[in-house]
Design a protein around this ligand. Sequence first.
Ligand SMILES: [Zn+2]
Length: 384
Amino acid sequence: MFFYRVRFFSLFGFDVYVDASWLLLAVLIAWSLAVGVFPSIDPGLTSAAYWSMAVVATVGLLFSIVFHEMSHAAVAQVFGMPIRGITLFIFGGVAEMHSEPTSALSEFLMALAGPVASAVLGLLFFLLFGFVASSQGPAAVAGVLWYLSCLNWTLAAFNLVPAFPLDGGPMLRAALWGWRKDLIWATSIAAGAGNIFGILLIVLGLIEVLRGDFVGGVWLSLIGLFLRGAASATYEQTLARQILAGHPVSRFMNRRPITVSPELSVRELVEDYVYRYHHKVLPVVRDGRLLGCVTTAQVGEDQWGRRTVAEIMEPCSEDNTISPETDALEAMTKMQRTGRSPLLVVDRGQLVGILSLRDLLEFLTLKLQFEGSGGQRAVQPQEG
Ligand SMILES: [Zn+2]
C-alpha cells in the first residue's frame, strides 16, 4: 500500500511516518492553493504572498491530518488497543493498530474520535478567523485560517460517510456488530458500502473530466479506486483474523519439508530440487540442525552453478523463521509485512516444518466454503 516511508517524528510514543507519495501531494496542494484557491479567496495580493499562504496552509493541512489520526490513536489507547504508528500518504493518514477492536462500543468511539477532533479543530480555526477578520488583521492570515477551518470540516464530514475505510465505516460496522453480534457479516456490509461509495466517486470523477475539470476529476476517481481497494482489504483482513487467530502455526505447517544439504553444488540444487519440486525457498539442514535457507534469488546470482549451497545460503533470522507456537495470524501478518513466504518453522534450532502464505490462504478459502461467511456463524464480540 505504501511506496516508501520515512519516520517524520515521534509524539507521545506514536511514530508518525510520511510516505514519499505525501511529499508529492504536498507540492501539488501548495501549488493549487497558491495559483487557484487563495487568489480567489483574497484577490489583489502579490504572488509571493499567495505562495507563503500556500506553504503555511499545507503545513496546517499536515497538522490537521496528524491531529485527526492522533485522536483515533488516543482513544484506542484508552481502550487498550495500542497503535503502532501513523503513516501519512497520498490519501490522508492511516493509523496502524496492533489488533482489531475488541468490542463494538470501543470500535465506535475510536472511529468517532477522528471526525469529532476534525470538527473541533475546524471550529477553532473558524473562531481565530473571526477574531482576525473582525480586528482588521492581515487578509493573508484570515484567508489561511478560513481555508483551514473549511478543510477540517470537510475532513470531518467526508470521514463520516458510512463506508470502509472512512471512519463512518467502522462506526456502521460497530453498530451492526452490536446489533447482530456477527462481526463478519457487519464487516461485509460496511465494506460493501465502501465499494459502492468508491464506484460513486469514480463515476463522479469521470463526469468531472467530461465537464472539463481534468485534474479534479482524475483525483476524485483515484480516491474512489483507493477506497474500493481498501474496503475489500479490510474485509479480507477481518475474515483472516476471525479464522486464523488463536490457532498455532504448527496446525498449518508442512511437517515434512524438502531440505537440502550445505555440501550440494548449486547446479545439483537447481537440477534435483528447484526444477523438481518448484520450491522458491529450501531449508539447508545438516544432521537435523537448521543452518539457513537458500532461495531461487540467490541461485540466480551464481549463473554457472559452481558454488555450493553453503556459500550462497542465507542464515536464519527473525525475518525468515517462526516458532511453531506462534499464532497463525501473526505469521500471516509477518509474511505480508516482510513479503517472505514460506517461513521456516524452528523449535530450539531444529527445523520442524515450513509454512507458506498459500497454505494459510487455502485454509481460509476452504473454511469459508464449508462454513460460509454469512449470518449462520455468529462471531461473538469479546468484551474487554
Ligand atoms: Zn479517521
